[in-house]
Design a protein around this ligand. Structure first.
Ligand SMILES: Nc1ncnc2c1ncn2[C@@H]1O[C@H](COP(=O)(O)OP(=O)(O)OP(=O)(O)O)[C@@H](O)[C@H]1O
Ligand SMILES: [Mg+2]
Length: 262
């Protein structure tokens, strides 16, 4: 049975400097659903993912995650809710001197008792779990490397491995393949999709690569200037819609070589 993973009703969000990032968002997503968010730089993709992750609070409107308003519950309940949500950040917040294994183990900090979290920062409390996640992303041999000895693409995959290790019910990824070559991009997206589907988690990823979005995701949300411009099955996203999504602000048309023609 499908349950609602998150829903937004008339949600707007304005940053503290007065910059309005999202306007009147109405959206809902079910468990087991996989969604790609596309749109120009500055269209609001990161802001939307951070709202879903409960890292940001809506300025107006209402929202629910697993049928709970995250802003109307106690701090302890919010902490438990957040442990069910995993976000791969656009820029991975990994301390440079940290070992890869410690960075991956950090995925479960919110789920473990305090003592175990503390020990995991000093001594790996699990090796095979992180190793399995890294193996899926072709990084198994980097388990004990320091994160500041990794390339940008390797570090990005450590961020993905961390969320795979967390096993959240709501899996969010902000540009998770922006630093990867085409083959690794497909592999990484397939990994995230398979993980979410196996566990009936809801998976939402923002992507600049429209071809990857259309190839792998059944539902596509196009954000333009902080608003939902379209919310459609991938098969209904036409070239002309994409041109309107990306070209409107610049008055130029993007190259469409990689986009399937309908
Ligand atoms: N911390 C912030 N403070 C003030 N304004 C911000 C902040 N973060 C983003 N914005 C503004 O909010 C709007 C949406 O930004 P957001 O980062 O959500 O876009 P994005 O679609 O993720 O862009 P990109 O593709 O470049 O990552 C932009 O106008 C941006 O300038
Ligand atoms: Mg962004």
């Amino acid at each position: 049975m499908k349950n609602i993973a998150f829903s937004f009703k008339n949600v707007s969000f304005t940053h503290s400097n007065g910059q309005e990032a999202l306007k009147n968002i109405n959206l809902s997503a079910s468990t087991g659903e996989s969604i790609a968010i596309i749109g120009s730089s500055g269209s609001g993709k990161t802001s939307l993912l951070q709202l879903i992750a409960t890292s940001l609070r809506p300025s107006t409107g209402s929202m629910a995650v697993f049928n709970v308003d995250p802003w109307a519950i106690s701090k302890g309940q919010l902490q438990r809710l957040r442990s069910q949500i995993g976000l791969v950040h656009q820029a991975a917040p990994i301390p440079p001197r940290q070992r890869v294994i410690t960075a991956v183990l950090a995925g479960r900090l919110g789920q473990w008792p305090f003592w175990k979290s503390l020990v995991s920062l000093i001594y790996p409390v699990d090796i095979s779990g992180p190793q399995l996640c890294l193996q899926k992303l072709e990084l198994a041999d980097r388990l004990f490397d320091r994160c500041d000895r990794l390339s940008g693409g390797q570090l990005q995959r450590v961020g993905v491995a961390r969320v795979l290790y967390q096993k959240p019910d709501l899996l969010l990824a902000d540009e998770p393949v922006s630093a990867l070559d085409p083959v690794l991009s497909d592999l990484t997206i397939q990994c995230l999709l398979a993980d979410a589907q196996t566990r009936n988690a809801c998976f939402v990823a923002s992507l600049h690569a429209v071809d990857i979005a259309l190839r792998w995701f059944p539902r596509i949300i196009g954000l333009r200037d902080g608003e939902v411009f379209f919310d459609l099955p991938a098969s209904e996203v036409s070239e002309s819609l994409l041109q309107q999504l990306y070209a409107a602000e610049r008055g130029v048309l993007p190259k469409q070589d990689n986009v399937k023609t309908l």
